[in-house]
Design a protein around this ligand. Sequence first.
Ligand code: PMP
Length: 458
Amino acid sequence: MNVDAKRSIEQDIAHHVHPQTNLRQHAEKGPTIITHGKGVFIYDSEGREIIDGFSGLGCVSLGYHNERLAEAAMRQMNTLPFAPTFYNRSHPRVAELGERLIGMAPGGMNRVMFQCSGSEANDTAIKLIWYANTARGEPQRRKIIGRIRGYHGNTIATVSLSGQPHMHAKFGLPLPEFKHTELPNYYRFHIDGESEEEFSARMARSFEELILREGPDTVAAFFAEPAISGGGALMPPKGYWEEMQAVIRKYGITFLVDEVVCGFGRTGNMWGAETWGLKPDMVSCAKALSAAFFPISALMFKDELYAEMMRNSDEVGLFGHGYTYAGHPVGAAVSLQALDIYDEIDLIGHVRKVSKRFLERCDAMQDHPLVAEVRGVGLFCGFELMRDAKVRIPFDPAWKVGALVQDFAHDRGLYLRAIGDRISFMPPLIINEEEIDLATERFKGALDDAWAVVKNKI
Ligand code: PMP
């Protein structure tokens, strides 16, 4: 290790508190220092080349090097590095990005607000729903439903909405307005003999029962990702969205589709909503909006909600919400450039083409003794690891099998993410077939390494 890297590790351990990290382990072992990247590869301070099988955090759509994005940022920094969007002020790039996003949004959106992260987009959505319901004379309609193990962000409201117990424990969360319906993990939770369609109908019944228990006139919205990423790379079972959307419509609930991960091509369409026929009232997006080269997010919604916002704003004299860096000119310029690149390289066509190979190689791991289920679409694949796939007996959590696979993969030069005993595999969208072969070979090797350890415990 070179002297600079050693210094970085010392500085990091001494002062830097890391998000979503085992703090004890960090204090003892320190960080992995990533020094640079190119294409789908990242390089650490030990000089190792690692394929990024998780696109950073599901965001690095165009890989780690792109001169056009860098130049777009530089040009904008040299022209107008900052401009507020408060107090009726605007700038050309943000106006153009708004028009562009609305032109491509799923479900007939008309309005857009910008923020810097997926959390802020979803947090803004919660506030707007509450704000509009006050204007409608329904201030009691405040409850927002998410899903157990779903994820929508880390502000106090969005983490309350997320169904991740370890993010609630010790924080005194969730806030009381946030409720959670069941996780549609068919493989793990279906009753023996139950078809996917029957399972989906049961999920929708359980959702409806929750609404009825809470009181339909107190339920404001349902937030969901088209396919669940943070909760373990789960694809919706057959019939799930038809059944769930029927309940949403029955009770007149606002439906926010969180496209933070699925948006911009991940599932082989521009939006996850297209892949599964969702009809959202609101859409949030972030991450690949700027190909992760700048923190920016967007919340889109319809004129009906905007009209309610206008009513309140007329009464108060001002719409009282917004962040300093909302619609940052550099973020807007980078996002416009990313969207241009997506069109020019036909990113969606590319994902559709290479995902055949990707999913084929992933499916081939179904026979591995550690793997119980492989599920995927586009360049988004999840693996369920189980002790006994047939009778669905999970591994002892203390064995940390998922983490073991993740660590062995890293040793072999592949970064993947373990979520308990689920593995999420979502490489940058520009990955080519040769790189897919290399990544899946390394993954298979990591499964073998982990199996060599685990089989002795069984
Ligand atoms: N929604 C989803 C589906 C996400 O996966 C994430 C982040 N992984 C967020 C929202 C929050 O985004 P951010 O971390 O940019 O706040």
